[in-house]
Design a protein around this ligand. Structure first.
Ligand SMILES: Cc1cc2nc3c(=O)[nH]c(=O)nc-3n(C[C@H](O)[C@H](O)[C@H](O)COP(=O)(O)O)c2cc1C
Length: 163
């Protein structure tokens, strides 16, 4: 074990320490004046069962931060273990929706068919949070599929292996 204060000199070590927390992988989608937008995010988390709330955080480093932080409706797609290609599409420089089958939620949010789970959300609240914005969504609808989740940990894609 090493011990450090997460100051400027320990930025890398802090990132690595946070990366020890394994997460699922999501693509958050919104409509926009310039067309559908998608962003791969692992900051997604459950927050409340009643009322049904979830959270995620767009980074201020994203050129599309304001669009994602302010969207009145958004959909969170939880990816399956064989959907790494989808995750990579929606990182910087990725193909986004090019050549992808697209549908729309009743709230007119672009949605990607065939993911593990989808949460259609209305913006509930948002908070400034350092170099990110904390976005809280009220879940309007859940589309639940079957399969196993894609995992992200220690900077790598992976799969969930039940013990
Ligand atoms: C596994 C993984 C998780 C990510 N999680 C987030 C996230 O939670 N929030 C975020 O803003 N960007 C996250 N990103 C980065 C975005 O997917 C994307 O590359 C970047 O925000 C796009 O910036 P742009 O809008 O300027 O193109 C993540 C990237 C990867 C590969």
């Amino acid at each position: 074990m090493t011990s450090f204060t997460p100051d400027h000199d320990h930025a890398r070590a802090f990132r690595d320490a946070l990366g020890s927390f394994a997460t699922g992988v999501t693509v958050v989608t919104i409509p926009s004046a310039t067309g559908p937008q998608g962003l791969t995010a692992n900051s997604f988390a459950s927050l409340s069962l009643a009322p049904p709330l979830v959270l995620w955080s767009p980074g201020k480093f994203s050129r599309r931060h304001d669009l994602f932080a302010q969207a009145p409706y958004f959909s969170v797609h939880v990816l399956a273990e064989d959907q790494r290609d989808l995750a990579e599409r929606f990182t910087r420089g990725g193909a986004q929706f090019d050549g992808l089958d697209l549908a729309a939620s009743p709230e007119h949010v672009p949605v990607i068919p065939g993911v593990l789970t989808r949460f259609d959300c209305a913006l509930h609240d948002s908070h400034d949070a350092g170099d990110h914005t904390l976005v809280i969504g009220h879940v309007l609808r859940v589309e639940a599929g079957r399969g196993r989740p894609l995992v992200f940990a220690q900077g790598d894609w992976g799969a969930h292996r039940p013990l």
